[in-house]
Design a protein around this ligand. Structure first.
Ligand code: SF4
Ligand code: SF4
Length: 690
């Protein structure tokens, strides 16, 4: 007999069940519609339904097979067990609902063979999900990782999932015990449990069955209605969030329509409703797993920014005014709702401290660690845009860099006319595009974009000469822009000065297009990222290579040979804007491999797990006053590796690690990969790294 065939206080069970079911669905539909409205209350447009096949592939890889979860095998295992439980048992829940509504319809509602296979799977999954819950509880309360904070919510939901499994099993077992001969070979676990109940009085079995059946379904409905209010909302939003993830270059920031923004006198994000809908979906989706926090260099060095904390804070800011925002946006709100919104705790300086916003190096370690496709650097930069462009509030050191970029086209504020002074020490001439005639320009294969550090910073100038020598040796016909080159604007953009960035970008694109430039090589990953991924928004579409990519190609083609031995050991520090932002990991290693006698030892944190040097996101120009300096933390890891040298492929990393070496009196000397390669050229007088 189905529980809904009974009557309860005179109310037929079917009617009571229908009331509970439709009441729960109605309550959930109401909450979900409010959440949907909260998602779509405004903010800049953000199109995320292009490239459906690529989105689907990512959904399978990251969402269904949970690729990133397996980076931590223990967590991967219990997530997979619980996730598969949800999938399999949703069919079970549907069958129980149908049973409740149509008790006389009988089962199964699938063809017999399929239903039997399903019952077997369901029985196994009931146990594996329960095991997954125990493993998850073990991770939270017994072998807890630092990234997981004690949380009532997490423990409660895990216990609720365990409760669902237990009630389902018990109801099934009691039913088998009540109806001997009914036990099915397709439900071996339930049948085995029912044998333990064999001596139990029928009345007790009925009570177990009825209570477990009702409790199971009420818990399902309660769970559904609790989800939108808890971090477990990700159960519903994670898959859509992964499907709608950012697909363009990871290092590309969104464009701001400066004219429109100036007209509206509104730049960046000051309030939660200024975020895009996708940024709000990120907030709904954060699982609070802390994978982002455990790798964030600012958290590791004791600064106030932790990406998980940031995500929780912006979500709290959103949820604290959710009702008023939805009411006002849908014109249902009264004056009081509007007043409450005006008087709310501010997002910047209230929910999120300004120090937190300025601490980020935009290294994207957090984004690459996040299993549900959440991004942070876009949100941080949007908030910086508001501070810089609307409030003129930013760390005072940034002003010097802004002035330099604005007046001289470089953050060091050195004369623009000295930009090609680094070429003077070369024993060959590098042609300057502007000084060539049309036919000479047509012969140029690639433009060497030198960058500000490569033009003005002492060590950077040496690296520029090294790359020039390697290109010269390989017979590459290249030229430079000389004093017509100006800062690419990366630091300005990441520090929130979008206006200055766009001015520089437009000027550079105009120059490059004016000379018909098609191919560019640069040794600065920040220039590389901006020219490659951000200049297309300004009409500049170029094939951009990092110096190590072109040199690796010249080596592979035999156009450059490295013959001078360098009998040293070396580790390699990955630059965030080359690696995580642009997926270039092999080229610098291939160049190092080609140097005779050099032995590469990988650092424990390398490749996609490389730790930032602390200079990205414009932090190169800001003081670092809180906690350990990031460059020193990274340099300590490098020293630990015990190699003679550390290779870099970014002028900012070179400065940061060089400073750390001096400050810490370290032994490991940083060298640019290309400096070492140039030193190994046959014509070179001797190794530089002695
Ligand atoms: S981008 Fe880097 S510094 Fe910024 S929050 Fe993420 S991990 Fe931390
Ligand atoms: S943002 Fe992503 S990695 Fe960070 S806590 Fe949330 S889900 Fe985990």
């Amino acid at each position: 007999m189905m529980p809904t065939e009974a009557t309860y206080f005179g109310v037929p069970g079917t009617l009571l069940f229908a009331l509970v079911l439709f009441g729960s669905i109605a309550a959930f539909a109401y909450t979900a519609s409010r959440r949907w409205q909260l998602l779509t209350i405004g903010g800049p447009p953000d199109v995320r339904w292009d490239k459906p096949l690529e989105r689907l592939r990512g959904l399978l890889e990251l969402g269904i097979f949970q690729k990133k979860m397996w980076w931590d095998g223990y967590a991967g295992l219990y997530h997979m067990l619980i996730f598969s439980g949800f999938v399999v048992l949703s069919v079970r829940t549907l069958s129980l609902v149908l049973e409740g509504l149509f008790p006389k319809a009988g089962m199964p509602f699938l063809p017999t063979g399929a239903w039997q296979a399903y019952l077997l799977l369901k029985d196994v999954v009931l146990v594996t999900t329960f095991a997954g819950v125990l493993l998850a509880l073990g991770r939270r309360y017994v072998f807890r990782r630092e990234r997981l904070d004690p949380s009532f919510d997490a423990g409660f939901i895990l216990c609720l999932i365990g409760f669902l499994m237990a009630t389902d099993l018990l109801a099934g077992a009691a039913m088998f015990a009540l109806t001997p001969g009914h036990a099915s070979a397709w439900e071996p676990v339930t049948a085995a449990l029912s044998t333990l109940m064999s001596g139990t009085a029928p009345g007790t079995l009925e009570t177990i069955y009825f209570s477990c059946w009702w409790l199971h379904l009420i818990a399902v409905f309660g769970f559904l209605n609790y989800l939108p209010f808890a971090k477990h909302f990700h159960v519903l939003t994670a898959l859509p969030n992964i499907f709608l993830r950012k697909l363009d270059a990871p290092g590309r920031l969104s464009m701001v329509d400066i004219e429109k923004a100036a007209e509206a006198e509104k730049f960046g994000v000051a309030k939660v409703e200024d975020f895009t809908w996708k940024q709000r979906l990120d907030m709904f989706t954060c699982t609070e797993c802390g994978r982002c926090r455990e790798v964030c260099p600012t958290h590791l060095t004791g600064k106030p920014l932790t990406p998980k904390g940031f995500m929780k804070d912006v979500r709290s800011a959103l949820y604290s005014v959710a009702g008023d925002l939805v009411d006002v946006a849908s014109a249902r709100g009264d004056a009081a709702a509007g007043k409450r919104l005006e008087e709310r705790k501010p997002l910047i300086g209230g929910w999120v401290e300004e120090e937190t916003i300025w601490a980020c190096t935009t290294c994207r370690y957090c984004e690459s660690a996040c299993p549900v496709g959440i991004t942070y650097t876009d949100k941080i930069v949007d908030m910086r845009r508001h501070l810089v462009l609307e409030k003129s509030e930013f760390p005072k050191e940034a002003q010097t860099a802004f002035n330099g970029m604005e007046r001289q086209g470089n953050p060091w504020n050195l004369p623009a006319s000295d930009r090609d002074a680094w070429t003077a020490e070369l024993d060959f001439e590098i042609p300057v595009l502007g000084a060539m005639d049309e036919s000479e320009r047509a012969q140029v294969e690639v433009l060497f974009w030198v960058g500000c550090a490569g033009s003005y910073e002492d060590r950077g100038k040496k690296v520029s000469r090294a790359l020039a020598k390697l290109l010269h040796e390989g017979g590459v016909r290249f030229a430079i822009l000389g004093s017509e080159e100006t800062c690419n604007g990366d630091s300005a953009r990441r520090l929130g000065n979008e206006y200055l960035f766009q001015t520089l970008a437009q000027q550079n694109v105009e120059t490059l297009n004016g000379y018909g430039v098609k191919k560019i090589v640069t040794n600065c990953p920040h220039c590389f990222n901006t020219l490659k991924s951000e200049y297309p928004d300004f009409g500049g579409s170029f094939e951009v290579m990092h110096g190590t990519e072109l040199v690796a190609r010249l080596l592979a083609e035999g156009r450059v040979k490295l013959t001078q031995a360098l009998p040293k050991t070396i580790s390699f520090h990955d630059a965030c804007y080359l690696g995580r932002h642009n997926d270039v990991y092999d080229a610098p290693r291939n160049v190092l491999d080609a140097i005779p006698g050099l032995t590469l030892t990988e650092l424990p944190r390398s490749g996609r797990n490389g730790l930032c040097c602390g200079a990205g996101g414009g932090r190169m120009w800001l003081d670092e006053k809180i906690g350990t300096r990031i460059n020193q933390a990274r340099y300590a890891e490098i020293e630990e590796a015990g190699t003679d040298l550390v290779g870099v492929s970014c002028p900012f990393c070179m400065v940061m690690l060089g400073n750390a070496q001096t400050e810490m009196e370290g032994k490991t000397q940083p060298f640019d990969v290309l400096e070492l390669a140039a030193a190994a050229l046959p014509a070179h007088p001797g190794p530089v790294a002695g």
